[in-house]
Design a binder for this molecule. Structure first.
Ligand code: FAD
Ligand code: AMP
Length: 489
């Protein structure tokens, strides 16, 4: 028996579930098929982000930061705490509760919006049909849709050098489930996920070694920021080894022997556990029947245009399974755009201002272009930086590492990029995104009144510094593109 919908969505992560809700708001009849099995073997909405990604990692980052603070920085505030104990089981249970509350929230939102949730695996067939293989009994049915949105997300990349093994060699999901704090923890890959998870376990007491194949640390970030970050992370005790390519991992009774190569030769490290955090790949294997003719690129991403249309009529793809940054908010905004396109509205998305955040401490956050990208493109620009060390609020909080950096076009003064390293960078970057979305100049930010004392004032001061008029740092000569090389040292 086939069932008819206006829109069938495959995948209920932040891309798919947001698309489903927006389609329903626009009066469309929607079904969302998802195959995720969560805690207690129950089908769960929310995909990677809610179940094993953004949310549980942030819950553990928050808890571990409090433990680290009470253990190390409360004394500076004149607070002495004794008898501090870590109850890891409770910390994990809290994280699981946060996850289940939020995934349940999506169940309620689906109900409230009349979205039909189908629990099972979806497969695209020709002519906007979707085959659903139900959980449990494996019953197959076919849905007919006027439009299909594919939002299957991504999975951790596995490498032959580190095959996963029980709770000893794990991917990012396994790293959110350790039942004890490893004494020595190896992390393969010092990207966003490796740094966040490495930070969690370092704060909880592990000695953490990050092995990163590339010589360059956080290549996507602004160089000035990534250099500062590397310095600060090393100072915290994260042992980050660059140019270190892991070639094998051997799990034995007493942990794992990790072999890696760097410029000096081959080395072996013994650790208790390994987290493999070497990137993610799109979940497009088996997503579409061959007869459907869905076009994938060489890396397995669904090929789409700027409005997320695939090569097939009325079939769209969004989120981690298509080009662009693998970020929840990018997928969600694509979901909204596609729903509005389907409803006949004029919808588009600005990919140039999508913020990136690394939730370490200090946080790293940016939007727009980096200084090195502008140099490579030969674009003339001005730069203003402001250190949190000169911020009254950051000083009051005792958390004043890092800076805000504003980059503006030399000719138009339009803000081209904002880069932040510091506490609450993830929140501060929203100001830059709004400014850039509105096409603001650094002068617009400079003319805006910010509350005192706030961290936000540092955004204001960095904008003033573009024109060498920051108030709370000594004046510098105007920094032009030609002399900006000093910044990158
Ligand atoms: P997913 O969230 O992966 O959801 C896809 C869903 O589709 C899944 O439920 C899957 O089971 C289902 N599915 C796949 N194939 C089928 C099929 N054939 N039939 C039915 N269902 C199917 N991003 C951020 O923006 N901020 C963060 O702080 C952040 N932290 C992260 C931390 C970790 C540890 C990890 C792993 C990721 C993190 N991410 C973060 C990335 C973020 O989780 C992803 O970008 C986001 O989940 C992508 O959303 P999506 O909807 O495209 O896919
Ligand atoms: P990201 O893509 O941000 O999740 O980062 C993953 C990181 O893992 C990249 O910086 C890769 O260079 C790194 N990486 C991939 N394979 C290896 C390996 N075998 N050994 C060490 N690092 C690796």
């Amino acid at each position: 028996m086939s069932k008819q919908y206006d829109v069938v969505i495959v995948g209920a992560g932040p891309a798919g579930y947001v698309a489903a809700i927006r389609c329903a708001q626009l009066g469309l009849k929607v079904a969302c098929v998802d195959k995720w099995i969560g805690a207690e073997d129950q089908p769960t909405l929310g995909g990677t982000c809610l179940n094993v990604g953004c949310i549980p990692s942030k819950a553990l980052l928050e808890s571990s930061a409090r433990y680290d603070d009470i253990s190390h920085s409360f004394a500076d505030h004149g607070i002495t705490a004794s008898g501090i104990k870590l109850d890891l089981a409770k910390m994990m249970a809290r994280k699981d509760k946060v996850v289940s509350d939020l995934t349940q929230g999506i169940v309620s939102l689906f109900k409230a919006n009349g979205v039909k949730w189908l629990q099972g695996a979806g497969k695209l067939l020709p002519n906007q049909q979707v085959q659903v293989t139900a959980h449990g009994d494996g019953a197959e049915s076919v849905l007919e849709a006027t439009h299909v949105i594919l939002a299957p997300g991504s999975s951790s990349v596995e490498i032959g050098a580190a095959p996963l093994k029980d709770d000893v060699i794990v991917d990012s999901s396994g790293a959110l489930e350790f039942t004890e704090v490893p004494k020595r923890l190896g992390v393969i890959g010092a990207g966003v996920i490796g740094l966040e998870l490495g930070s969690v376990w370092r704060r909880l007491g592990s000695e953490v070694i990050l092995l990163e194949a590339q010589e360059c640390f956080l290549a996507a970030a602004d160089e000035q920021i990534s250099k500062d970050a590397l310095r600060q992370f090393k100072r915290q005790g994260l042992d980050i080894r660059l140019g270190a390519r892991v070639v094998s991992c051997e799990a034995g009774k007493k942990g794992v022997a990790v072999q890696y190569q760097d410029g000096k030769g081959e080395h072996t490290e013994s650790v208790d556990k390994i987290i493999v955090a070497v990137g993610r790949r799109p979940n497009t294997n088996g997503l579409a029947a061959d007869e459907a003719g869905l076009l994938l690129d060489e890396w397995g991403f669904v090929h789409v245009d700027e409005q997320c249309r695939t090569n097939l009529p009325s079939v769209y793809a969004i989120g981690d399974a298509v080009r662009g940054p693998m970020l929840a908010h990018k997928g969600s905004e694509e979901g909204v755009m596609v729903a509005e396109v389907i409803a006949g509205q004029k919808a588009e998305m600005n990919y140039d201002t999508i913020p990136s955040v690394i939730y370490t401490h200090p946080e790293i956050a940016w939007a727009g272009v980096t200084e090195q990208a502008l140099k490579a493109a030969g674009t003339e620009y001005n730069v203003g930086t402001f250190p949190f060390a000169a911020s009254g609020r950051a000083r009051a909080a005792g958390d004043s590492a890092g800076m805000v950096k504003v980059i503006a076009d030399a000719k138009t003064d339009r803000v081209l990029g904002v880069h932040i390293i510091g506490a609450h960078g993830s929140e501060l970057i929203a100001q830059a995104v709004i400014a850039m979305e509105m096409g603001a100049s650094s002068e617009d930010l400079a003319m805006t009144v910010f509350a005192h004392p706030t961290l936000s004032e540092s955004v204001h001061e960095a904008a003033l510094a573009v024109d060498s008029r920051a108030i709370h740092i000594p004046g510098k000569k105007k920094i032009k593109n030609s002399v900006v090389a000093d910044h990158l040292d």
